[in-house]
Design a protein around this ligand. Structure first.
Ligand SMILES: Cc1ncc(COP(=O)(O)O)c(C=O)c1O
Length: 278
């Protein structure tokens, strides 16, 4: 007899595993965001110090790290959430916001984990094709938002196309998104973008928003070789993320190319609006 897994787990697209992951110490596995350099000795020492206290549960609110980040980036600590990689935060946002009948909107192709949020929750994924220059078509994304939309993901710069839209374009896009929708700006690769410019200025985009327009900015950082992720955003959403708790990685981070099937997955927003408001 074989175990029967939950439908929401069976729906998650399986990610093809590579034949081997250890390509030797000299290889930087860029598709997995891996460096060939070991963590700095200071990081290894801090990890060893933390390990010495492993007989205690760690502080689940990460107060010390959130406080330090809040000081450094001049943000209230309630606006910072930490995760075990930014996939952890993405999946927790999906868990907190999505369910059958809800909709999730994102450009496609984009980061390969985005479809998992819909698969795992039973929400409907609306995949909006990139424009003719492989950039996010923010107008088309905004026009797909309906009363059923709970979450919009904007990957900037986009994985896998590396294209980016300006912060001004994102600011006016946010103005068009209704207050019931959470927008996550995924800036995992922002340091590599010449379009975005100042890599911290997008925090300001979300500062002025009223709390119910729960938006957040996702940032993947590596502390000298050890991945840590943080998200700044509306306190209400971040406390939901803390309630949802930590999650493991969803998938390998490299992007997958879109297919015609994916591009077709979205239906006309007007038709869906009818369904959503019923
Ligand atoms: C666009 C994007 N967002 C988020 C992530 C998640 O990265 P991690 O969970 O390693 O922090 C990745 C990883 O490749 C990515 O490409």
């Amino acid at each position: 007899m074989t175990l029967e897994f939950a439908e929401r787990i069976r729906r998650i697209p399986s990610y093809p595993l590579a034949a081997g992951y250890d390509l030797g110490a000299q290889t930087a596995m860029l598709a997995s965001n891996e460096s060939c350099f070991a963590p700095s000795p200071a990081v290894a020492e801090a990890a060893a110090r933390a390990l010495a206290g492993a007989n205690r549960y760690p502080d689940p609110s990460y107060a010390a790290l959130r406080g330090a980040l809040a000081d450094r980036y001049d943000l209230p600590p309630e606006r910072i959430a930490l995760g075990n990689g930014s996939c952890d935060i993405l999946l927790a946002a999906g868990e907190a916001l999505l369910e059958p009948g809800a909709e999730l909107v994102y450009a496609w192709p984009a980061f390969s984990v985005y479809p998992h949020l819909a698969a795992a929750s039973g929400a409907r994924a609306i995949e909006v094709p990139l424009d003719s220059e492989d950039r996010h078509d923010l107008d088309a994304i905004a026009s797909e938002v309906t009363v059923a939309t709970r979450l919009v993901l904007v990957c900037n710069p986009n994985n896998p196309t590396s294209t980016a839209v300006s912060l001004e374009a994102i600011a006016s896009f946010l103005e068009r998104i209704p207050r019931h929708v959470c927008v996550i700006l995924d800036e995992a690769y922002v340091e590599f973008s010449l379009t975005v410019g100042d890599t911290y200025s997008s925090v300001d985009l979300f500062q002025g928003l009223r709390p119910r327009r729960a938006a957040g900015r996702l940032r993947a950082v590596r502390l000298r070789g050890v991945p840590v992720s943080r998200r700044s955003g509306a306190p209400a959403v971040l406390s939901q993320r803390r309630s949802a708790g930590g999650r493991g990685r969803g998938a390998s981070p490299s992007g997958r190319r879109g297919t015609a099937r994916n591009a077709r997955r979205r239906g006309p927003a007007a038709a869906r609006r009818g369904v959503a408001s019923a």
